[in-house]
Design a protein around this ligand. Structure first.
Ligand SMILES: C[S@@+](CC[C@H](N)C(=O)[O-])C[C@H]1O[C@@H](n2cnc3c(N)ncnc32)[C@H](O)[C@@H]1O
Length: 409
């Protein structure tokens, strides 16, 4: 006959319960151990019961697969410590696993700062979200992403920053802003925003970065998520599973290269932080956004930035002539009138340094860019509630077009 303890363990936790989904998603995203412990407690009504331990064992520890072993070791250590602290019963298999980890890894193996890890970012659609076009039947969208443990690797582009989590939530919450639009991202990092854009069926997704190792990691991530990374700009590949990946340092991006892109939407996550780069960033945004729409919208006109030629002379005519040629080419190629709308940029940022942020605003103002702060008016659904390391309210969202100003903080 089964003992009471065995009977309790037979009553497995249901993985579709919100608390269980939160716990598993946090482990997959490699959230800090404290976050996992608080989710584990939530599953057990405040205690990490044997049922909760069994659930963790069954879903993560018994077949760790490609989990990062030093990360799991650290988690198992904290888990055992917490259960012992509560005077609870620790499952034998947890002690045995920890003993195995102790003999396999030294404590410093997690601190190899150049190590690559695979985080799985799960967007969890809450009840009531199923009418959202981006919501899959399972109400869960998971993207594996290779990242670095070193925040600075790849000029910071091999880590996932909060603003890209924010923009991803925005895309999935408001797919209508991006679906069937040509979307272009600057400073794309690991490529998460691009994966969300492809998911909501943007007509074209172009990701760029100015760091070559970041670009290589981004391409790896696209392929990991069954998308084709295309690097040849001369190809007009209409395959929806193709994402263009371009090397685009803001300092050296040429005007003609940028003018040829003609995106409907420009995206940027956590790109406002280095004052040295900001004049270049603003130049790039200005060229991308300053496509003027002609009345009939049979073609689009663009002025050179500030309407000046190489000698600094105002030269609207030449700029619009060149632009008309380019637009004819686009129309021949099947421009369906999407360019009726002026391009718009969505830039998400965490203001870490107010002076740097205000410097960006003043440069944008000089470049006659209009900035609207949408932080309080266009809030995405919180699809990452399990991720305690991410604070959606800490991210600001700017909408930038070519002509209103934002009050400085
Ligand atoms: C803080 S990371 C943000 C990465 C990603 N957008 C995210 O939010 O996770 C800044 C990104 O901008 C890129 N970047 C920085 N300066 C740049 C420049 N001058 N030209 C092009 N890319 C640049 C970096 O390589 C890096 O990928």
């Amino acid at each position: 006959m089964a003992t009471e303890q065995e009977h309790e363990l037979e009553l497995e936790l249901d993985p579709s319960l919100p608390c269980c989904r939160n716990l598993l998603s946090a482990i997959l995203a490699m959230e800090p151990s404290e976050c996992l412990i608080s989710h584990a407690r939530a599953c057990g009504g405040g205690l990490i019961t044997e049922q909760v331990q069994q659930f963790i064992w069954d879903h993560c520890l018994s077949t760790p697969g490609d989990f990062h072993a030093p990360y799991l070791k650290n988690f198992v250590k904290k888990l055992i410590w917490q259960v012992e602290f509560d005077h609870g019963y620790v499952l034998d298999q947890l002690y045995e696993l920890y003993a195995q980890y102790m003999t396999s890894f030294k404590d410093d193996s997690f601190s190899k700062r150049d190590a690559r890890i695979c985080k799985r970012i799960s967007f969890l659609f809450p009840d009531g979200c199923s009418e959202l076009l981006s919501c899959p039947p399972s109400r869960e969208l998971v993207f594996p992403l290779q990242c670095s443990l070193n925040m600075l690797e790849g000029d910071t582009g091999c880590s996932i920053w909060p603003s890209s989590l924010f923009l991803s939530e925005l895309i999935l919450s408001h797919p209508e802003l991006f679906s069937n639009k040509s979307c272009f991202e600057i400073g794309s990092g690991v490529g998460l925003v691009g994966l969300c854009l492809a998911h909501v069926k943007a007509s074209k997704v172009t990701l760029t970065d100015g760091d070559l190792s970041t670009l290589a990691n981004m391409k790896f991530n696209l392929e990991l998520n069954n998308l084709n990374a295309e690097t040849d700009t001369s190809q007009r590949n209409k395959d929806p599973s193709t994402v263009q990946c371009l090397y685009l340092p803001w300092e050296s991006a040429s005007e003609s290269q940028l003018q040829d892109i003609m995106p409907d939407v420009v995206m940027g996550a956590d790109v406002i932080y280095d004052p040295v780069c900001l004049p270049h960033l603003v130049r790039v945004l200005t060229i991308l956004l300053n496509r003027m729409i002609c009345g009939e919208c049979t073609s689009c006109k663009r002025l050179s930035p500030n309407g000046r030629d190489e000698n600094g002379e105002r030269n609207y005519k030449d700029a619009s002539d060149r632009s008309e040629d380019r637009c004819k080419a686009v129309n021949k190629d099947g421009c369906d009138g999407r360019s009726k709308e002026a391009p718009v940029a969505y830039i998400a940022c965490v203001v870490r340094n107010v002076e740097t942020f205000n410097y960006f605003l003043s440069l944008a103002d000089q470049a006659k860019l209009d900035i609207m702060d949408l932080t309080d008016s266009l809030k995405p659904v919180n699809l990452l509630q399990y991720m305690q390391s991410y604070n959606q309210t800490g991210v600001r969202l700017l909408r930038i077009t070519c002509s209103h100003t934002i009050r400085q903080v």
